[in-house]
Design a protein around this ligand. Structure first.
Ligand SMILES: [Zn+2]
Ligand SMILES: [Zn+2]
Length: 221
């Protein structure tokens, strides 16, 4: 595996921040599978490029330039995923890896063509919002299904896209973005979540349910 690029780091920092509001260099080392000294070295480089600020004991923050770069790469990633599914017949469990590679290589013109061809889409196949070209992104759910209390009527907004086997599992159960589901109960001792999906009862382990993000559905819908 080639060593992670500036873009990989910027994206990892952005995602860690979106998940937990802070970025520990230890977490970056784990996510990018590199050593702590390698992360420190890259942090100095990113600071010099004015993509991050890194104050002692305050962690890492993206500058506006860093955030714009992150959103640009994420825009590439999500547009490419959707293009692979809609135009090339890839399945949703196979596109993340492809997009991880291609996202660093397409031009702005290529990006615009995909965007136009797909009719200016707003979400990738996994439900993640596609940032605009201007560098803004729509808010989305950060509420894991695993943390919801039963009974509840919910809508699936997005699912984690990194585990292909898990994506096939979600698809087999019908747990896909835009689907309304009912959380009926959770089996005792942190057991499976029992859901109703399209009229069928399905069970989901808490581990899998941590990778599904939902919003509550109001009474009217
Ligand atoms: Zn992806
Ligand atoms: Zn995706």
């Amino acid at each position: 595996m080639p060593s992670p690029s500036v873009e990989d780091y910027i994206k990892a920092i952005y995602k860690a921040h979106a998940r937990s509001g802070s970025v520990a260099t230890q977490e970056l080392a784990e996510r990018l599978r590199v050593s702590a000294p390698a992360v420190s070295k890259m942090m100095r480089k990113l600071s010099a490029l004015k993509l991050i600020t890194h104050a002692p004991y305050q962690g890492v923050k993206l500058t506006r330039a860093g955030e714009k770069l992150a959103l640009e790469i994420i825009r590439h990633h999500r547009l490419i995923e959707l293009y692979l599914v809609q135009a090339m017949g890839f399945t949703w469990d196979s596109v993340h890896e492809e997009a991880e590679r291609l996202e660093h290589h397409i031009s702005e013109e290529f990006e615009d063509r995909i965007d136009e061809l797909l009719g200016h889409p707003t979400a990738c196949p996994h439900g993640d919002p596609i940032p605009t070209r201007a560098g803004t992104i729509a808010p989305t759910s950060n509420l894991p299904l695993a943390q919801q209390r039963s009974p509840a009527r919910l809508i699936v907004r997005r699912v984690s896209d990194e585990d292909a086997e898990l994506l096939r599992h979600f698809e087999a159960l019908g747990v896909t973005p835009g689907t309304a589901i009912e959380l009926l109960t959770q089996e005792p001792f942190e057991g499976a979540l029992v859901l109703e999906v399209a009229g069928k009862r399905v069970r989901l382990t808490p581990q899998a349910a941590r990778e599904v993000f939902v919003d509550a559905l109001g009474e009217e819908s």
